[in-house]
Unconditional design. Structure first.
Length: 163
């Protein structure tokens, strides 16, 4: 059973990393740093709700670290890790009070937490509090992206139950 679980986690990590790399190739229509759909978070959300927090954390950490190395942008590791961990914490806490049908709401709040984490990391690294001017735009983009990824994760969760 441990081998089956490890293989499934590796498969989910591969899917998340592939989505991350593909999304990195698509130009973002909004000229604000940090704005993107975050489609690889569909896999993380699915993992939190379907297989548990510990596995989801492993998938998230592997995707973030490998994604930074493969993309050749090690500086993004700090931002992605901070945002991703904060998002994971929020989603894990909400998982205890939400059911599978509410995964979209968990996704929105997780995306907003992710943006707050990234902004905190950016301000800490650059020592530039003026970056907070981007926060309202990031919150709006987090609501939009979180809704989309949450609905996609809900669809995935429903479909995977039949397999």
């Amino acid at each position: 059973m441990k081998t089956k679980r490890l293989v499934f986690d590796a498969l989910l990590t591969t899917v998340a990393l592939t989505i991350f790399m593909l999304e990195a190739q698509v130009p973002v229509p909004v000229p604000v740093p940090g704005v993107k759909l975050g489609l690889s978070n569909i896999v993380t959300l699915y993992a939190v709700f379907a297989i548990g927090a510990a596995d989801a954390l492993g998938i998230l950490l592997c995707r973030v670290v490998l994604g930074a190395f493969f993309a050749g942008q090690l500086m993004t590791l700090i931002y992605s890790l901070t945002g991703g961990l904060l998002c994971w914490i929020v989603c894990c806490l909400l998982r205890n009070v939400m059911d599978d049908r509410q995964i979209w709401l968990c996704s929105i709040l997780g995306a907003m937490a992710h943006n707050i984490g990234q902004m905190a990391a950016a301000v800490a690294v650059t020592q530039t509090p003026k970056l907070l001017v981007y926060l309202p735009v990031l919150m709006i983009s987090g609501i939009i992206a979180g809704t989309f990824t949450g609905l996609a994760a809900r669809f995935l969760l429903e479909r995977m139950k039949n397999i």
